[in-house]
Design a protein around this ligand. Structure first.
Ligand SMILES: NC(=O)c1ccc[n+]([C@@H]2O[C@H](COP(=O)([O-])OP(=O)(O)OC[C@H]3O[C@@H](n4cnc5c(N)ncnc54)[C@H](O)[C@@H]3O)[C@@H](O)[C@H]2O)c1
Length: 282
């Protein structure tokens, strides 16, 4: 086990959807550990979600936080739905920093709706971003990792990827898909020093859950539900008595997976679900 306080010195971590939320937290955490960071984000709204996407100001704030840790950041406005854009982004990362060692395929959206009214646009946006986007990120980075012989890939699934939620059918399907994809790629690369794992977080305090649309779904009985009004509903999704975790709690597990101690974890799902996983079948 490395005892250095900057064990990722010389490594490059690539993060999709890195402008805010959990992606930002992973970026800053890995920068603190000595990695240079490449991040991309759409920096725009997705029309089929009921909440705003990250902005360019969010991305600038994340870059400043990474640089504040003394690390370099290469940031790009790019759409994970487009494989060519992901390949260009990762190739430019390698041109800039010399390698792409860690990939956190994190970008994601959620779209609420009853199945009998769910639109093709909603379905396609969620599947294209949450599932095809993870494939595109992995596809873009693996040639570089195979060439260097080392890599750590993490696909961000969800506790919903281990169970189901009737109000978010595409999200559920996409997050189950991320697990199958990560396990398949782990098998394909098991004879290398490249590990591939999925993280399945419970509720995490980011703009994906803290927005008016989600609050109204959680408390349809109230005209203007507040964070306080929805806390108990979020808490019912966990077994431990907390409504949501902080992004840093997920980043701490990311840091473990990419560490030396994580080297024999591959094809695994890391449930960080405040006890919800106790009820999953396996
Ligand atoms: N917040 C939760 O409770 C929770 C729980 C489990 C899993 N997750 C997953 O964690 C990941 C991070 O979400 P978050 O909670 O930080 O929410 P978030 O909305 O704050 O972050 C998602 C980021 O992805 C970006 N993004 C969206 N579409 C994109 C695209 N096409 N190309 C590039 N970037 C795009 C957004 O702009 C945003 O910066 C997502 O995959 C999400 O599904 C979230």
């Amino acid at each position: 086990m490395s005892t250095s306080t900057r064990p990722l010195e010389g490594k490059v971590a690539v993060i999709t959807g890195g402008a805010r939320g959990q992606g930002r937290s992973h970026a800053v955490t890995l920068a603190k550990l000595g990695a240079n960071i490449a991040l991309c984000d759409l920096c725009d709204d997705v029309a089929t979600t009921g909440y705003p996407g990250a902005s360019r100001a969010d991305m600038a704030e994340t870059i400043a936080l990474i640089e504040g840790e003394g690390q370099k950041c290469f940031a790009s406005v790019a759409d994970v739905r487009d494989l060519d854009q992901m390949i260009s982004f990762v190739d430019e990362t390698v041109e800039t920093f010399g390698s792409a060692d860690i990939m956190i395929a994190n970008a994601g959206i959620v779209s609420q709706g009853f199945i009998a009214e769910f639109t093709a646009e909603q379905w396609n946006d969620v599947i294209d971003i949450n599932l095809t986007g993870v494939f595109n990120a992995i596809r873009a980075v693996t040639p570089h990792m195979v060439e260097s012989g080392w890599g750590r890939i993490i696909g961000i699934s969800s506790m919903i990827g281990r169970t189901a939620n009737g109000g978010i059918p595409a999200y559920t399907a996409s997050k189950w898909g991320v697990i199958g994809l990560c396990k398949s790629v782990a098998l394909a690369l098991a004879n290398t020093d490249i590990t591939v794992n999925a993280i399945a977080p419970g509720n995490v305090a980011t703009p994906m859950i803290h927005n008016d649309e989600v609050y109204k779904v959680m408390r349809p009985d109230l005209a203007h539900p507040t964070m306080e009004d929805v806390a108990s509903v979020f808490m019912s999704g966990h077994e431990q008595k907390l409504p949501w975790m902080e992004p840093q709690e997920i980043s701490d597990v990311v840091a473990f997976i990419v560490s030396d101690a994580g080297r024999h974890f591959t094809g695994t799902v890391f449930d960080i679900s405040a006890g919800a996983s106790a009820k999953f079948s396996a």
